[in-house]
Design a protein around this ligand. Structure first.
Ligand code: GLN
Length: 308
């Protein structure tokens, strides 16, 4: 095993002068308040090691990284039937794009673009009230992170509820095709709260360990999903986890990853480790600029890659 603490300390120190590059997401007013000069890295290995650098203990809004957890939950509830409502193809469009929905009759390309994640929330909502569905998602995240202190930031959820007109449009459009089974405001209530979960890099790295470890949590021995399902979730992360920047991320980092507009990225090195990075400055696709650089350096220096 490489000297992970030294590697991430060096990456942190080397990239620190670039802190503040990129643009903080401001279309969600509450996120615009975040200090752009933040940078954290956490690595949790399947063997039980944990390594941190920088602001790895500071909570941030995980935003779209939550889509990995809600997809896992929805697949557990509905199995492969979920795939009749959402596809498994990269979109090549921005995370909040509506253009493909018309051509594809309201069935979103994949579960990680906003439209797809809204359908996944609608599937989790089946048979529940929104409050119960939100509770179920939060409990799931807490259980895979093995940490009951993880919470939703209500100010972020409300901020998005007030300004998330694009998501209202996406949800309404899908409802017109019959691919949303609940009233738009109820499904979006679940979606906005899921995106508003706050976590630290340390918590997030732990929460991703089941994906790095064939579906089992190494911390507790619990099986979260089958090995096949863990592989498939990772396949979707690789192809769709960074929207129209997914190809570039695969090229530079070579690991499955999921980004969020809060500036976080969760990456999985199968059989090795789960990695969380956070820096709020985003590139033109809405992915953390410094976070991606950090993961690229980490992959180079550890040799971690799914391509051998
Ligand atoms: N909550 C955000 C939205 O719906 C999530 C987007 C993201 O993180 N890419 O716009």
């Amino acid at each position: 095993m490489p000297d992970l603490q030294r590697i991430i300390d060096n990456i942190h120190a080397e990239l620190l002068p670039q802190l503040g590059t990129g643009k903080v997401a401001d279309y969600i007013p509450e996120l615009a308040k975040v200090n752009p000069h933040r940078f954290g890295i956490a690595v949790a290995t399947v063997g039980g090691g944990s390594y941190f650098a920088g602001d790895a203990g500071e909570p941030f809004s995980i935003q779209s990284i939550s889509k990995v957890f809600s997809l896992t939950l929805a697949l557990g509830k509905h199995g492969d039937a979920l795939w009749s409502r959402v596809g498994r193809e990269p979109s090549g469009s921005s995370f909040n794009s509506i253009v493909q929905l018309e051509h594809e009759s309201g069935v979103p390309r994949n579960p990680f673009i906003n439209a797809g994640a809204i359908v996944v929330c609608d599937a989790i909502l089946a048979g529940h009230r929104p409050r119960e569905a939100i509770g179920e998602i939060l409990r799931f995240v807490r259980s895979v992170a093995d940490d009951d202190t993880i919470a939703i930031d209500p100010a972020v959820a409300q901020s998005e509820q007030k300004t998330g007109f694009r998501n209202v449009a996406l949800a309404s459009y899908m409802r017109s095709f019959g691919n949303l089974l609940h009233p738009v405001e109820l499904t979006l209530g679940v979606y906005f709260h899921q995106c508003a979960i706050s976590m630290t890099c340390r918590q997030l790295a732990r929460a991703g360990l089941f994906l790095a470890n064939g579906g089992h949590m190494p911390q507790t021995g619990l099986t979260v999903v089958s090995r096949d399902r863990a592989r498939r979730i990772c396949a979707l992360m690789l192809m769709c986890g960074h929207y129209d920047g997914s190809g570039d991320f695969a090229f530079r980092v070579g690991l499955p990853g999921k980004s969020g507009v809060g500036g976080g990225i969760l990456a999985v090195a199968p059989g090795q480790a789960s990695v969380a990075v956070w820096s709020p400055g985003l590139d033109e696709h809405g992915n953390s600029q410094l976070g991606t650089r950090a993961l690229q350096l980490l992959a180079e220096r550890t040799g971690w890659s799914i391509f051998g």
